[in-house]
Design a protein around this ligand. Structure first.
Ligand code: AMP
Length: 546
């Protein structure tokens, strides 16, 4: 683990991608196969392969407590160390720097320690073990052990670069490495296959989720005409929870976009189990009532609750709307064009084609479109059915896991933006730990300002730097982790939708807010009001329920 940590430090020290992959490759080939597989996994910032069900469930606050206990540092010292690095691993390295009775861990021991952390039940037991580990290891190893726990090494080494390093180390084609990694979901396993020249043997395994195909954004129906000159298909864009269904040997599992198992919708299992054979499907889980989708803001009450609310599934039943098929009875069909996959999907779902038979599983209804008027009509029809827009798909396209490409384009109803004023600011994370980049913003209600959201993205680095200086000079109250500032900076923010919320003073929260631009031209007295937020919220609810 010490050499792994030292290698990671050299990787962090160069910004050149080629140099990073060279360092990784040289280090990997110097290890035996088992250690190389472990190191490759750790380089991706993961404790366990993507498909694994194991999770350490060691979050920031547990790490913080362990660091406090082991280092004996005061809260202020810890806060300062965290500020300097913007990352718990960096802070750990510094806080434990005085530790002398430590010895180095092997990569196998580090892996065992991670497994043991995952196996321990309850935060108390995990805290004991983590403290024990941190006490034993050298500060540099502690730094990287903690980084693995937080899921990110922050050394500028994304998984794609680890794949490049494998190609270099084992003289394999990058495309073969990428495909094997996509199919196995395990960079360590990919390394083993590459090192023995068996990449072609990589197989997708049932119950090991693969990355989802993602869509890019289109602004207008005209964009779709130029993106798909031969025409394409339009499908409703369902606003719910993306799900990948795996079915085999009488078992059904659903996985989320983060490739975690979804356990909240037991009512979907029986109808999926009743379909013949083994398969992997792609679809969206939505609330469905009287033949229409339920607003996501309402449906999401079902998330995070498994058994707690016995009647919630009855009150808010879920439907899975299936739109793709990527594997069937041992055969990978990702590379087949959409039209072929669709034909197989229709055959598979034929027994439950009628929604009345089983509304829990439905098939999407694509329609061909080529002229601007076709796309426009499909878009309007989707809105009228209560969806948030359309997905436009190229009929001859393969299924490309984990990529946001141009084969799928989404066209969504534009939501109004709001002009708001910044009332509190916080330091950012990572690269932005030294600048004030997280902005809590408010709307007007008479002469009061009420918070309605917090935005992190949308401004340039230069703008953030300038604003940091400005906010320091216009601080009303320093609350340590947060500065309350004079309400003078007006922003235009876009968002996905509005939710009711107890967290913000206005009683509403903007979901996924992003800053569109600074509005120095707009005085605070003219920003949007609570009344306007309420109007938009009601409009949105009406749109969803119509
Ligand atoms: P967005 O979340 O706005 O970036 O839109 C992309 C998401 O829309 C995808 O990840 C899917 O979860 C979802 N989606 C909804 N309807 C469809 C559909 N018919 N085909 C593919 N993805 C869809």
């Amino acid at each position: 683990m010490l050499r792994f940590a030292q290698t990671s430090e050299s990787i962090a020290a160069t910004s050149k991608k080629l140099e990073k992959t060279r360092i990784v490759a040289e280090y990997l080939v110097s290890l035996d196969l088992d250690d190389a597989a472990r190191a490759a996994l750790f380089f991706t910032g993961r404790a366990f392969p993507r498909f694994a069900e194991e999770v350490t469930q060691v979050g920031g606050s547990l790490i913080w407590q362990a660091l406090a206990a082991v280092s004996g540092a005061s809260a202020a010292e810890m806060e300062a160390a965290y500020r300097r690095y913007g990352d718990l691993g960096g802070a750990a390295g510094e806080l434990l720097a005085g530790q002398t009775e430590s010895r180095s861990l092997s990569l196998a021991e580090a892996q065992n320690a991670l497994r043991e952390l995952a196996a321990r039940r309850g935060p108390g037991q995990k805290l004991d073990l983590l403290s024990h580990i941190l006490r034993r290891v050298t500060p540099l190893e502690a730094k990287y052990f903690v980084k693995i726990l937080t899921g990110e090494l922050r050394i500028g080494l994304v998984e794609g670069l680890v794949e490049e390093a494998l190609a270099r180390a084992y003289k394999a084609q990058l495309a073969d490495i990428q495909r094997a990694n996509m199919l196995t979901g395990d960079i360590g396993e990919t390394l083993r296959l590459a090192s023995t020249g068996r990449l072609a043997e990589a197989r997708l395994r049932l119950f090991h989720p693969v990355g989802f195909m993602l869509a890019s954004a289109a602004e207008t129906p005209e964009d779709l005409v130029s993106a798909f000159p031969q025409g394409g298909v339009a499908e409703d864009k369902f606003d719910g929870i993306r799900a990948q269904v795996h079915k085999g040997s009488g078992k059904v599992k659903l996985f989320s976009r983060t490739l975690d198992e979804i356990v909240e919708f037991p009512e979907l299992e029986a109808p999926l189990r009743s379909l013949s054979g083994e398969f992997i499907l792609d679809g969206e889980i939505v609330g469905w009532r009287n033949g229409r989708p339920v607003a996501f803001t309402e449906f999401q009450r079902r998330l995070g609750r498994k058994h707690a609310e016995l009647f919630l599934p009855l009150e808010l039943p879920a439907s899975l709307i299936v739109f793709d098929l990527i594997w069937q009875n041992g055969e990978l069909i990702l590379d087949q064009p959409w039209t072929e996959r669709r034909a197989w999907l229709e055959a598979l779902l034929a027994p439950i084609r009628q929604p009345a038979d089983s509304p829990a599983v439905q098939l999407s209804s694509p329609s061909p479109a080529s002229a601007e008027s076709d796309w426009e009509a499909a878009f309007q029809a989707a809105l009228a059915r209560g969806h948030e827009g359309i997905m436009a798909k190229a009929a001859d396209s393969p299924y490309v896991p984990g990529r946001r490409g141009r084969y799928w384009l989404k066209l969504k109803r534009p939501l109004a933006t709001l002009d708001v004023v910044v009332t509190a600011v916080e330091y950012g994370h990572g690269r932005r730990h030294a600048v004030l980049s997280d902005y809590t913003f408010s709307v007007r209600d008479g002469d009061r300002l009420l918070t309605v959201g917090k935005a992190y993205s949308g401004l340039t680095d230069a703008e953030i730097r300038e604003l940091t200086g400005y906010f320091h000079q216009h601080t009303v109250e320093d609350q340590g982790f947060r500065l309350r500032v004079q309400p003078t900076i007006v922003l235009e923010v876009a968002f996905n939708n509005i939710q009711r919320s107890n967290r913000h003073e206005s009683g509403f929260a903007l979901r996924f807010p992003r800053i569109v631009r600074l509005r120095p031209d707009k005085p605070v007295a003219e920003i949007d009001t609570l009344e306007r937020v309420r109007e938009l919220y009601e409009l949105q609810q009406g749109n969803q329920q119509r």
